[in-house]
Ligand binder design. Sequence first.
Ligand SMILES: NC(=O)c1ccc[n+]([C@@H]2O[C@H](COP(=O)([O-])OP(=O)(O)OC[C@H]3O[C@@H](n4cnc5c(N)ncnc54)[C@H](OP(=O)(O)O)[C@@H]3O)[C@@H](O)[C@H]2O)c1
Length: 420
Amino acid sequence: MQRKTRSQRCSVMTMAVSRRQFLKLAGAALSPASLAACGGVDKSRADGVPWAAFGPDSTAEEVTKGLDLTGKLAVVTGCTSGIGFETMRVLAKRGAYVVGTSRSLERAEAAGLRVRGLTTPVELELSDLDSVVRCAEAIRSLNTPIDMLICNAGYRGGGNSRELVNGVERHFAVNHLGHFVFVNRLLERLFLAQQGRIVMVSSRAAYRDVGENGIDLDDLGMKRAYSDALAYAQSKLANALFSLRLSELLRGTRITSNALHPGLINTEIDRNLNAIMRFGFGLLTAVRGKTTEQGAATSCYVATHPQLGATSGQFFEDCNAVTIAESHLHNQVLAEELMRVSEELTAPYLVEQERPDWSEFENGVRGHLWSCPAARIRQPVFTGRSTDSVATTSKRSHSTTVSDIASNSSVQPGLRHTPA
Ligand SMILES: NC(=O)c1ccc[n+]([C@@H]2O[C@H](COP(=O)([O-])OP(=O)(O)OC[C@H]3O[C@@H](n4cnc5c(N)ncnc54)[C@H](OP(=O)(O)O)[C@@H]3O)[C@@H](O)[C@H]2O)c1
């Protein structure tokens, strides 16, 4: 018999109290070390991480106030709606140059045109690893360091009909494996940044809605037990564990990796749910949710805040790093296993990564960083469209094509392209 999920066990009493009221009461009543407890979720402040003066009500604009991101490059997957759009908007507003992805180039371009600042649209279908490689190569062709890589795009199915992508359940394929390859292909560009940040937009489903063992790595097709909620939750736990594993691999480098739960926000994430479920989600987010502006705050905070330059391997909620007892969020063994299985599944699309030969790595930490036995291909072999056709020319001056920028960019490592 399947174990009841934590969210199912969550007390009905707390539903009657608005999330904000609850947190305010909790904030007044509890010590900073103990943030919240809800039906078996024992959440506490993570040790050793600077405390943010921001919380659930903070907006992305507020957490980035006063920051000048001019000259920095951010990549945001899933920039066309919800949290991703707001993340792109605010980062661009603060001066960052943002490459935003969508499955539809037209939609990505339209999103960029709604934003004040510099953006470039690129096509990315995460369920298609050839598309992932094409997108990463288009971004690599900018020849510029990546300061922020925000893996935000997400798929949430509906109707409990199991779908497979190359034998793997669709949520896992889209939300995890697609981003797994994407990060692998772009890692080298993050090394060139002064301080590269990988941000994985996970979900509280990663600890509330998974089964006892976290992710059933022996059954990634989910033949044994399937529900769309469970599939989504497993894929979101995979996001968090991938981030955790990356933080270990990247220890001693200038790149950090963190995961987060953005909050409950009434976005288009419910597009595949049936009408009743959508109504329920709308109700839940109306009572306990955040606005989109608040929903993008944790992503923007983790991606930009100067006090997090050395913070890695953490899980953030409401702009602060938390530890969830009895969850798999911090399970290093499962993270390693996930990494091994993910490498096996995506091997032909991966490239080996080495730590750069910098003087700061002279004391023995240089060497293979991401060495996948099956990933022997240094240069990608794929028969996709050329980089030039990946991004379109915008009619507005603030949205530039990948090829425009590539032709203007410096190819010298360490120097970043500063858009005119
Ligand atoms: N909203 C919430 O309450 C909530 C809670 C916890 C976690 N999250 C997470 O937050 C992230 C953002 O979600 P959101 O709420 O802003 O949802 P959203 O409005 O549906 O945005 C999702 C984005 O992902 C892109 N996307 C969807 N499927 C894709 C695919 N197969 N390949 C590439 N891109 C794809 C979409 O772009 P196109 O359709 O243009 O391709 C869209 O821009 C997701 O990772 C989600 O799991 C959301």
